[in-house]
Ligand binder design. Structure first.
Ligand SMILES: Nc1nc2c(ncn2[C@@H]2O[C@H](COP(=O)(O)OP(=O)(O)OP(=O)(O)O)[C@@H](O)[C@H]2O)c(=O)[nH]1
Ligand SMILES: [Mg+2]
Length: 235
């Protein structure tokens, strides 16, 4: 029987994680398992996750130190693919409550007809809450830039709320993924598109975190600028 895996990278999310986990399991989605990838968070998120794993179907992967969002996802994806029953779904989302778990059934439903479903802030019905003008502008510009440079028809390339069908994720060569920040999201969608898989977008509401600190910074923006160009050159 196929399963639904939800992969969540965490770094200093001790207050957010228990709220998120409860909300996800309150949806009562059958055969759902969480995979948390924690980078030895100084605030003890790893221990909080271990406690939650005693109560819920949840696997916690502990890494030695902060190694970036991209490799955290790869670690989680590899673990899931090593044991996922045929035709499972793999959802990825942030731990900071920016992604509303109530959209998970919508993503799963859309994955019946699509190999990768993107939770999109930039299509009709999509929204962003609690972001100031400058953050909106950077995100909007980044998406238009990647869309044009990579000739992709999708509206939200940098979002981190996505659902892969198992065969889609299996077809991605993880050794081609090198990004630390949100450019990782562009890379996986680009490679999926290049392989000819069906990608669709469903509207989501993104809400900026209320608890904890953002890891967004200029290094992550510049990484995306250069790596989108590199992706284009490599084709
Ligand atoms: N394991 C791991 N998780 C990370 C790392 N960096 C970020 N995360 C997690 O990845 C998710 C997204 O990170 P955020 O800090 O929200 O970064 P962001 O979404 O780019 O920035 P904001 O939109 O400002 O919140 C969160 O669940 C983080 O805890 C990392 O180096 N390792
Ligand atoms: Mg965030």
């Amino acid at each position: 029987m196929s399963k639904t895996f939800v992969v969540i990278p965490t770094y200093n999310e001790r207050e957010n994680l228990p709220i998120l986990v409860e909300r996800i399991f309150a949806l009562n989605i059958p055969e759902l398992e969480l995979v948390v990838v924690d980078d030895h968070s100084p605030d003890g998120t790893g221990t909080v996750a271990d406690e939650l794993a005693k109560k819920y179907p949840m696997k916690v992967l502990h890494r030695d130190g902060k190694q970036g969002l991209g490799t955290a996802y790869i670690t989680g994806f590899r673990e899931v693919l090593s044991r996922a029953p045929t035709d499972s779904r793999i959802i990825q989302m942030d731990a900071d409550l920016s992604h509303d778990p109530s959209a998970i059934p919508t993503l799963l439903h859309a994955s019946e007809n699509c190999d990768l479903v993107l939770g999109s802030r930039y299509i009709a019905g999509g929204k962003i809450e609690r972001w100031g003008a400058s953050r909106r502008l950077i995100s909007k510009f980044g998406n238009i830039y990647a869309r044009i440079i990579l000739s992709l028809p999708y509206h939200d390339l940098t979002g981190g709320f996505k659902c892969f069908r198992q065969k889609t994720l299996e077809a991605i060569d993880f050794s081609l993924l090198s990004s630390v920040g949100y450019n990782f999201q562009i890379e996986t969608t680009f490679l999926t598109h290049k392989k000819g898989f069906r990608i669709c977008e469903v509207p989501i509401t993104f809400t900026e975190r209320k608890i904890g600190t953002s890891k967004f910074n200029w290094t992550i923006i510049s990484e995306s600028f250069w790596k989108v160009l590199l992706l284009r050159l490599r084709g």
